[in-house]
Design a protein around this ligand. Structure first.
Ligand code: PEP
Ligand code: MG
Length: 850
């Protein structure tokens, strides 16, 4: 039989592979190679099973003859990846009246009847496809009576006696399992789990070890680690006189595995078997290079290993298990890194809703910033601050957020908005602060003025009601489900250190404040790739000065007001340089339209009029004058720098003075100044001339020298196309893919959330392009810009600082295109770093293979 790969006995050298016989068959072969007590097993290949589904059966008598005569069999599925699932196992095949008589003298009448009855039921439902209800009336009076009732029910319903021929039983089981795999539901289910459409199914036929019988007989599972944490701990279940996975049923009276004061354990009642099982599990760990769950059966105290499956694990456990396997020298560090899907790190970085907990779903939006938090609803930043003052965690609920909400966001536990997409204000700020955030939850009704939030099912929530935001899934939940704490433990740290060593792509953080910068340092970011300076102007004291500046009539007055902002900005930058200790810091000059700094509602405008001692009409007139039809395409970025140059001059001075201040205390600082929203070379020339002049003035005044690097943010398609001439004036180009995506698609980043899900569902876009870089379109501009920039200026530093910088697929693209680094929100640095390390390792592996 071993010469036929399609139907082969599982022996150490049989022709079995996971790709042709499935993971279970391959694993069982490995266990036999380790000399473990695995019952005799026959493996059927994918092609053999496909033929069975089409009605062409292998020689079933030959399969039956491969086993000791008189024994019963079981059949289990063996898909290539165990996660793809498969039809349920069928146990006790071969059971019939004759066998019942034999077993009756061996095991006793009740045990034999129980085994037979269970088989009749499972055969009836899964093979003969009878309605499970036909056994509803089966009483539990005595096992033998129950068996008779089962046999009669089968006969009545199937209109034939229960089949007695073991070969026919096996043929029918094989056919039903093969056909179940071909069914539409099964196909959709496995495709949802990542299986290809043509995924094959193998089957393994194994001799039954009863687990029911004399002495200590039973079945169970054992593993060496805790599923939730990955920490070493023998865990599992064992149930005397049981079969299959009965021990795992919640209502079963399974025993503990190790000594336990709460009751008897397998270790107490069968110490030898327990010792052997632990030894086998350790051997499997070492030789299969994985934490395995051992599925076993005891037969009169003797251990049989029925199967080994990879231990199911939480994200946290997957990190601990990989690190421990590497630390024990079982796998190399590189392999440990490759085993952890980068996105799972998110679950370690933030609190999560306990996956086991029930969820009372009241709305769904875009998962804009991972993590979960519970709090009382507030509808404004002022209420958020009041709530924080009372020490009550709150959830800020807004239709959308704008810069005025930043203070409220700072004191909230999470944010929920009706509008917006993955790069909207709330999303970007939320990710930067590590604040759970759901945006675009437009299945809920937001009535912010009336202070109500209505769920699609009609439930109304008002201020003070407790809700939970799950920013990892985009769900809004009523109440306070249990949360799991973040777990940045030593295993996490080890993975981060190893990833840094393996990676060949720089990872910087987008950080606007000292708190952000400190988070970036804690995650060992190699610098700040984007400091959005406008975020520094929203502190209450600065906002007023900023507004005053906006109200000035001429450049002289403007300079005077800006003089008051200068020391504040200088202090900001000095602090950032200090925290980053000589690591590069890229500071972006002022970017947003000025009107964002003005109050949008009447009461805010009245307050401003009071503060500036101006008539209210002056304030409203100025606000109206600054209003634009398309502010994102209007007077912002370098356009302000060209037309209101005093702002950039003040910022350049603050940067240079901070450079000298920080350099005097520590490592020399070489600041990087970045110009936003450039579309023409001349814009860069104009700003560069002014910034150079400020640098010269500061050098003169302080009689000290410093250098700086000037760069351009490529955020408009034209800047990418003209990168050749733009690069002549700069040391670096950083692609702002949020705006670049917006402008390439002509798609508002703040409004796209309204129809994005429909667009993705209908396949117009494969994914939200603000989330995953559009390689075909925006990516082509990135490539063009990079090539043209580098051709003009070979040493040009290239990077990406849009939100895509933290997305593993986009990182692969940037690395391929020869970028030097990616920059992303501080909390995304670990994910980005692991993704980058995996790409470098995969390249190495491919090179070795070539
Ligand atoms: C961008 O546009 O990609 C960017 C990083 O800038 P912002 O998100 O601040 O517009
Ligand atoms: Mg931008």
């Amino acid at each position: 039989m071993n010469t036929d790969p399609n139907v082969t006995l599982v022996t150490p050298d049989a022709p079995i592979a996971a790709a042709t016989h499935g993971g279970r068959a391959k694993c069982l072969q490995r266990l036999t190679r380790l000399n473990l007590p695995v019952p005799p097993t026959v493996a059927l290949s994918f092609p053999a099973v496909k033929e069975i589904a089409q009605g062409v059966l292998p020689d079933v008598d030959r399969i039956v003859s491969a086993f000791p005569s008189g024994g019963l069999l079981c059949v289990r599925p063996s898909s290539e990846d165990p996660d793809w699932g498969g039809p349920g196992a069928i146990l006790n095949i071969g059971m019939n009246d004759a066998c019942f008589e034999e077993l009756r003298s061996e095991l006793g009448a009740d045990a034999a009847a129980r085994i037979y009855a269970r088989f009749v039921q499972s055969y009836a439902v899964h093979v003969a496809r009878l309605d499970p209800d036909v056994f509803e009336h089966v009483t539990c009076a005595s096992p033998q009576e129950a068996l008779q009732e089962c046999l009669t029910a089968y006969e009545d319903e199937a209109e034939e006696a229960f089949p007695q021929d073991p070969a026919r039983q096996l043929s029918d089981v094989l056919k039903s399992m093969a056909r179940a795999w071909e069914g539409t539901t099964a196909r959709l289910l496995r495709q949802a789990r990542g299986a290809p459409p043509d995924a094959g199914l193998g089957l393994v036929v194994q001799r039954m070890v009863f687990g029911i019988g004399k002495g200590e007989s039973g079945s169970g599972v054992l593993q060496l680690v805790d599923t939730a944490t990955g920490a070493p701990q023998v865990t599992g279940r064992y149930l005397s006189q049981s079969q299959g996975r009965e021990a795992l049923k919640p209502e079963s009276e399974a025993l503990f595995l190790t000594h336990d004061p709460r009751g008897p354990s397998l270790q107490d009642i069968a110490p030898k078997a327990f010792g052997a099982l632990v030894e086998y599990a350790e051997l499997m760990r070492r030789k299969l290079r994985e934490e395995m769950q051992v599925e076993f059966a005891l037969d009169d105290g003797e251990v049989h290993i029925l199967d080994g499956v990879r231990v199911a694990r939480s994200a946290r456990a997957s990190v601990r298990i990989a690190v421990d396997l590497a630390a024990d020298g079982i796998i190399p560090r590189e392999e440990a890194l490759m085993r952890i899907p980068p996105r799972t790190l998110n679950e370690l970085l933030h609190r999560q809703v306990d996956p086991e907990a029930p969820r009372d779903l009241i709305g769904t939006g875009i998962a804009a910033s991972p993590g979960a938090a519970t709090g009382k609803i507030v509808f404004s930043s002022t209420e958020a601050q009041a709530s924080a003052a009372r020490g009550e965690p709150c959830i800020l609920v807004r239709r959308e957020t704008n810069p005025e909400d930043i203070r409220g966001m700072h004191v909230s536990a999470a944010v929920l908005t009706e509008k917006g997409g993955i790069t909207s204000h709330a999303a970007v700020i939320g990710r930067g602060m590590g604040l759970p955030c759901v945006v675009g939850a437009n299945d809920m009704r937001f009535q912010v003025r009336q202070k109500t939030l209505t769920a699609p099912d009609g439930r109304v929530f008002t201020q003070g009601d407790e809700i939970t935001i799950d920013g990892s899934t985009g769900q809004v939940l009523a109440g306070a489900p249990p949360l799991l704490e973040a777990a940045q433990d030593d295993a996490f740290q080890a993975i981060m250190d190893w990833a840094k060593e393996a990676s060949d792509l720089g990872i910087r953080a987008n950080a606007d404040t000292p708190v952000d910068a400190q988070t970036a340092r804690n995650f060992d970011a190699e610098g700040i790739g984007l400091c959005r300076t406008e975020h520094m102007f929203f502190e209450a004291d600065r906002l007023t000065v900023m507004r005053e500046m906006i109200f000035t009539a001429d450049p002289e007055d403007r300079r005077e007001v800006l003089e008051r902002l200068l020391p504040m900005q200088r202090a900001d930058f000095t602090e950032l340089f200090r925290i980053m200790e000589g690591k590069p810091v890229t500071i972006r000059l002022f970017d947003p339209p000025l009107h964002e700094f003005l109050p949008s509602d009447r009461s805010g405008q009245r307050e401003l009029a009071e503060a500036l001692d101006l008539p209210l009409s002056d304030v409203t007139r100025r606000v109206d004058a600054l209003r634009e039809y398309n502010p994102m395409l209007g007077m912002r970025g370098v356009r302000l720098g060209v037309t209101v140059p005093e702002i950039y001059e003040m910022q350049a001075r603050a940067i240079f003075e901070a450079t000298l201040a920080a350099s005097a205390e520590g490592d020399p600082v070489v600041p990087e100044i970045m110009i936003p929203l450039v579309s023409a070379k001349r814009e860069v020339e104009l700003v560069k001339t002014r910034v150079d002049a400020v640098a010269a003035a500061v050098r003169n005044e302080q009689e000290r020298d410093f250098t700086y690097r000037l760069g351009v943010m490529v955020e408009t398609p034209r800047a990418a196309l003209r990168a050749g001439e733009i690069a002549q004036h700069c040391a670096f180009l950083s692609f702002g893919t949020n705006d670049l995506t917006q402008m390439t698609y002509g798609l508002s980043r703040d409004d796209a959330g309204r129809f994005m899900s429909v667009y993705v569902q209908q396949g117009v876009y494969a994914e939200d392009p603000f989330h995953t870089l559009d390689i075909e379109g925006v990516g082509e501009l990135l490539k063009l810009g990079a090539e043209r920039g580098r051709a003009a200026q070979p040493g040009l530093t290239l990077s990406i600082c849009g939100e895509h910088g933290g997305n593993p697929e986009s990182i692969a693209f940037c690395r391929e295109a020869g970028f030097d680094y990616v920059s992303c929100s501080p909390f995304r640095v670990p994910v980005a770093r692991l993704a980058a390390a995996q790409l470098a390792i995969a390249d190495k592996i491919n090179q070795r293979a070539a």
